[in-house]
Design a protein around this ligand. Sequence first.
Ligand code: H79
Length: 416
Amino acid sequence: MQDEAIRKERGQRANARQDPRLDWWREAKFGMFIHWGLYAIPAGEWNGQKIPGIGEWIMYRARIPVAEYEPLAKQFNPVKFNAAEWVSLAKKAGQKYLVITSKHHDGFCMYKSDLTDYNIVDATPFGRDPLKELAVECQKQGLKLGFYYSQTQDWHHPDGDGNDWDYDEAQKDFAGYIENYVKPQVRELLTNYGPIAIIWFDTPKGITVEQSQALLDLCRELQPDCLVCGRLGNTLGDYASAGDNKIPQMAVEADWETPATINDTWGFKTDDHNWKSPPELIHKLVDIVSKGGNYLLNVGPTAEGIIPQPSVERLLAIGDWLKVNGEAVYGTKPGPIQGLAWCRSTARPGKVYLHIFDWPQGGEIKLSGPQATGAYLLSDASRTPLPIKSQSGKVIIKGPSEAPDAINTVIVLTLD
Ligand code: H79
């Protein structure tokens, strides 16, 4: 089924649906996205002006010339960055993979590249390679690591897409940029950092089928197990990518992922305080998983290297909920009950998990539902059976009169 939240060109390659290379990713359901770069310094403000929109787009939105943006690198010294803490936070949140910006649209490389000096090791006083430090920690703590890489837009490279205020679009050699810059950089990323679980390309725009295919081939040659996100373009990715913050209306018959923000920006912005609440975030995670997707939830660290405290608190709240209810999330498939406002369902062989967002008054749960033989609360370690009866195609479960979990109570239905 095609949902408008998942555009075709960002879809899943037809023969990837059964590919066992994705098995870990199908289990994982929840990942941490990290948008970190020079844009964390202006943090939404340029020359005393508040620049509207997402923080990592400030160079574009304010049409900042390369000559003025580039010197930000000399100020970038995120000495509070601690790879072990970031990885440990992701683990506490219940996230199973981490994807970090290696190069966003602004073109600044957050890793040591030999293709340009415009990188964190050569151009900043910091002089460290955070991707290397994260790779070490991910190995140590057992988290899968992925790299975001902007393959089409590059507002710093004269031949990259997007910057028409410094460079003449008509003079650009985009094919040369892919060949002589993007490919060698992808080679660096898939050679110098150990096993990479995902390459997260973004905004394919006008990239041709041949160019997308060549990048896919290169990834396969270097790390055959590395998954390639659907934003490679031209429906060649290993899994489909929904639009930013977009959740399909119904279950989707594909492997797919929603990348999403906790507030409204990806890259850090001082003034964005529009944080989604923990219940909202837990509901989004479960909504996505109930429709067969993964949730890649973003944090935008500051220029000092700190993950904002409101993000930390929310991630820990999600992790607390998952500690009790993870069985109803990880490794599940969409459940048989779909399309209700107050309830979602996930399933695994022999079990259906009802996620009750709005607990009914009196605690009687009535569904047109599966023929279940038993029911219990997932949070109840002793699995005390809840009274259950089937009546003319309906299943009626008698739960406690008050919601056991104010955010989302999970009831396990056992099937024959
Ligand atoms: O990396 C994050 C975003 O920066 C990136 N995708 C996620 C994962 C992204 N690239 N493009 N877009 C999102 C679409 C951006 C559209 C907008 Fe704008 C940028 C709306 C406002 C700023 C450019 C300027 C288009 C309209 C105004």
